[in-house]
Design a protein around this ligand. Sequence first.
Ligand SMILES: [Zn+2]
Length: 377
Amino acid sequence: LALAVGLTKSTVSLLVRELLAEGWLIEHEVVATGELGRRPTPLFIDPSRLLLLGAEVGVAEIRVVATTLTGVVLARKDLSFGAAMSLTGCVASLSAAVQELHQELAGDDRRILGMGVGLPGGVDEASGVLRFSPNLGWHDVPFGALLAEQLRGTPLAGVPLYVQNEADVAALGELEFTVARQADPLLYLSINQGVGAGVIVGERLLTGARGFAGEVGHMVLEWAGPRCTCGRQGCAEALISPRAMLGDSGPLPGPASGSPVGELLRRLDAGDAATAKAVNKAGKYLGVLLQNLATAYDPACIVVGGSCLQLGDALLQPALETLRTYAAAAQLEPPVVQISSFGADAVAVGAAALARYRLTRPLIAPGAQHNNLPKGT
Ligand SMILES: [Zn+2]
């Protein structure tokens, strides 16, 4: 450790003692190897004493998870709403759900270290304000402050709370909680009713000047294409989302008849040729979007996730084929594309990762002095 972080051995043992006391680390028994000299004590991240809470706010549902410091899900809660989730209803339900999880899991020996929320829209993380969510129809909502207010007077009051865009937190989930994904730059493409990306470069989340970086669902792929929820025409989202795939072949199903992705799956299973064609076309546009992202960022890996992944090869095969065709034409290797390791939990687990990420790498306000180490160390 001393070698890796460039501090003296005595400073390292002092800091380690602090981290052991706070519940971040745990010591394991030294295994006798027969070698001479003082053997180093193996240290591990403690999976039991400090917990994280993560929440995904979707368009019509909320998922909340409690995880260990290493991202293992210990408990989860799912809440479904009608097609129109009100802001007050959302904040109240979310607050109740995290308190339930806290009651279930926290005890004398366990405490909640931090809490994160992933929202479907552009978020200014420093102020906790959701700038714009086309799919929820919310503008300039101080989500962080509203949730903190709702939690006032509860055992979770004062627990560090972070909010960020859903694709951004899912990208952080891959960064923080998977060993295999030390890829850099790392892109996470989230394909739900909305389409967005989280971009991580040099272990830093790219947020943009207003929090809109990675809103790639509104990259225009087709001039004078179909109208998007954002008001523009021909956005990726208007060509790839379930709404685009369902097309005009019927009314968009409400929650009573299942999710739009569920309806697409039902139609694919029934052998509906028009749906198969529409999903294939959306897959090709997904390939175009992936190609554009690869061109913009030269990523080491693009992770894809979101509810549309339930469509499986029907959507992914044409996307990957399109990517391979572009790569072959330019005599390049196609970019590496992988499916998220957390499945339907990707955003909720990612929101828990956001808390760990910000607690260990604090957000530096624009213009503030850049310090590598927190004050006092
Ligand atoms: Zn758009």
